[in-house]
Design a protein around this ligand. Structure first.
Ligand SMILES: Cc1cc2nc3c(=O)[nH]c(=O)nc-3n(C[C@H](O)[C@H](O)[C@H](O)COP(=O)(O)OP(=O)(O)OC[C@H]3O[C@@H](n4cnc5c(N)ncnc54)[C@H](O)[C@@H]3O)c2cc1C
Length: 594
């Protein structure tokens, strides 16, 4: 497992058989280990998916490419017309991940993310209507449903006769999802009576099938997931929310007033609803990442055309360094996000059991990369970009939701750090008892942390050595050494932080953020190296650009990692916290030049 990367014939190995299904690359990084079996060679889309994708992608483009003006109008009107949703049904876009035996297309996670990339290149609201249905709305049925539940609902969900929505958030329960108040009381006949209100539910206005989370406090656990049909007595939905972006996508409240839910509509086990919710969100995250990648590709295309067309100082602005820098950065961001998203989709498709940390990394990285790209594309368009007759401002508004929903990025950073630190903490004998109880009860809403794997703390991997018969393409060898070195540095930071703060690490968000950012840079960077290595072999025509991307990302990541490693010992945490405290107490900024 822990062999030298530079001595392993990774290129010749097949991706599937070497994958260690119960291991997490991200968590191993905090042990100073680069788990190359799960990183090299870069996975390929299966033949089945490739064929299906070719047809789907083409029909999506044919259907959506002349609708630019419609998307702009529907954004202003904040609605998606019924006949357009019907056309999405007719295209089969609600059955993407439903197995063929139930009438769906049976796409893998990787292929599904690729479809969302295609739709996002046209319009984010379209992606959200499809994505909320598949990624979260009915994903619980696929992952946790009984045979009977699947047979009853999946055929209608596959055709889009039923559209699905995911009902977790409430006015008092956002990031703290475990604080939900919607309650289900068990009746003597085994049925349940559901009461409560859910907030900001995507597809709320058009869904017929709801995955609903409610309190069922009892010996089995506090929360249970239920299937609820929109047509049942007592189910109602509110008005379409007037939002900043993704305005055409339906977002409403959904209320339940004495709704009778039959016993056979419990999804998963009674009392295990929190595990169901986190299982759905973890599994669905690559859909959001794929959507972000599709959005970035569309922005790069538009920004390049804009920069070539627009002339200032008697030349196209594409000739100016500060415009070129933005285009290069957007390309690096897009490649990095794409490399990480499809790596994690491959983990999920291959049956890996411990991928929640990596899934969170893809969500954080891709959503923030998309923010940067939207900002820079609009900046390249200048004043035109600010005008509503150009699409840049809509892309910017649409992209802004990505770091907020499906787990706010702050929460996901804490999750990334804590889930990786848990294994390190439990491996340090003197901290084991404290860590065990601490991490078994994570901040509510962070998700289910994996069990202690009992691994040995290992910093001396030797992965940074140069190998004579190194299988990685030569230009990538010095780059991979950066990740090997910083994996060991991250391991030292993790161990030092745990020894220093002990149980208190749980309250140290500044420390957790630095560790999360180290893990993000390491994991995404290694995905970039792996993909670059594959591309260098498969597409020599783009070799120079691929090496440039890998070099730029790695050097930028190294500068961030230097800062985060140094920050463990030298930082302004105390000053930041004290300043925030003073301003919060005062309630405003205290200075003026008057
Ligand atoms: C357009 C839209 C569509 C949505 N669709 C759905 C849907 O289909 N189904 C569904 O169930 N929900 C949906 N949501 C809800 C969404 O998932 C929540 O908005 C999200 O989980 C964040 O919760 P919140 O908005 O209550 O923010 P809060 O939890 O109040 O957080 C506010 C800020 O505080 C930070 N914060 C909170 N706690 C901590 C902490 N412990 N440490 C550090 N920082 C913290 C957050 O990161 C955030 O920056 C949707 C929301 C929107 C806006």
């Amino acid at each position: 497992m822990n062999t030298q990367l530079t001595d392993t014939p990774v290129a010749a190995a097949a991706a599937g058989p070497s994958l260690l299904l119960d291991q997490s690359v991200a968590k191993q990084l905090l042990f100073g280990t680069v788990l190359e079996e799960n990183l090299f060679p870069y996975p390929e889309i299966s033949e089945h998916d490739r064929e299906a994708l070719a047809m789907i992608v083409e029909s999506i483009d044919r259907f959506l490419e002349d609708k630019e003006a419609d998307f702009a109008r529907w954004d202003r009107d904040a609605r998606q017309p019924d006949d357009f949703v019907q056309a999405l049904r007719d295209l089969g876009l609600f059955g993407l991940i439903i197995p063929e035996e139930f009438g769906g297309l049976g796409l893998s996670n990787a292929a599904y993310a690729r479809v969302l990339a295609q739709t996002s290149g046209h319009d984010s609201s379209v992606s959200l209507t499809i994505g909320a249905h598949s990624s979260i709305g009915m994903k619980g049925l696929l992952l946790f449903g009984t045979g009977e539940q699947k047979a009853r609902y999946l055929p209608r969900l596959a055709t889009g006769e039923m559209i699905a929505a995911f009902c977790l958030t409430e006015p008092g329960a956002g990031s703290d999802a475990a604080a939900i108040r919607t309650a289900a009381l068990r009746n003597p006949d085994g049925s349940w009576t559901l009461n409560g209100e859910k907030l900001w539910i995507t597809n709320g206005g058009i869904a017929d099938f709801f995955t609903v989370f409610a309190r069922t406090d009892g010996p089995e656990g506090k929360i249970t997931a239920f299937i609820v049909e929109a047509g049942w007595p007592g189910v109602s939905r509110g008005q379409h929310e007037d939002k900043m972006g993704i305005r055409a996508s339906s977002t409403t409240t959904v209320a339940f007033s004495d709704v009778r839910v039959p016993p056979e509509c419990v999804l998963g086990e009674v009392g295990k609803g929190f595990k169901v919710a986190m299982g759905i969100l973890n599994n669905g995250r690559t859909g959001l990442g794929g959507g972000a990648v599709g959005g970035m590709k569309a922005l790069i295309r538009r920004a390049v055309a804009q920069a070539q067309e627009r002339r200032q100082f008697e030349r196209p602005i594409s000739g100016f360094g500060l415009v070129r820098e933005k285009i290069a950065q957007m390309t690096v961001d897009c490649f990095a996000a794409e490399s990480a998203v499809w790596m994690v989709a491959h983990y999920i498709d291959s049956g890996c059991t411990d991928y929640s940390t990596e899934a969170a990394i893809t969500k954080v990285f891709a959503s923030e990369a998309m923010q940067r790209s939207a900002y820079e594309a609009l900046q390249i368009a200048g004043g035109s970009g600010y005008m509503r007759d150009m699409p840049y401002e809509r892309y910017t508004r649409d992209a802004r939701i990505l770091p907020i929903f499906e787990g706010a990025n702050e929460i996901l950073r804490l999750f990334i750090a804590l889930s990786a630190l848990k294994d390190v903490g439990t491996s340090l004998s003197e901290l084991r008892s404290a860590m065990g109880s601490l991490f078994n009860d994570p901040i509510k809403g962070f998700g289910v942390l994996s069990g202690y794997a009992g691994r040995r703390f290992n910093r001396a991997t030797g992965l940074g050595k140069e190998g004579v018969d190194a299988p990685l393409a030569p230009p990538l060898r010095p780059l991979v050494a950066v990740y090997e070195n910083y994996a060991r540095a991250a391991a030292r930071v993790a161990e030092g932080s745990l020894r220093r703060h002990g149980k208190g690490i749980f309250e140290r968000q500044y420390v957790q953020k630095r560790i999360a950012d180290l893990i993000i840079d390491l994991f995404v960077g290694l995905c970039v190296i792996s993909r670059a290595d594959s591309l260098l072999r498969q597409q020599p025509a783009t070799a120079q650009q691929v090496v440039e991307i890998a070099t730029i990302f790695t050097h930028q990541a190294r500068r961030r990692m230097v800062r985060n490693v140094r920050g463990a010992a030298h930082n302004e945490d105390q000053a930041i916290d004290s300043l925030a405290g003073a301003i919060i107490e005062r309630g405003s900024y205290p200075w003026d030049v008057l």
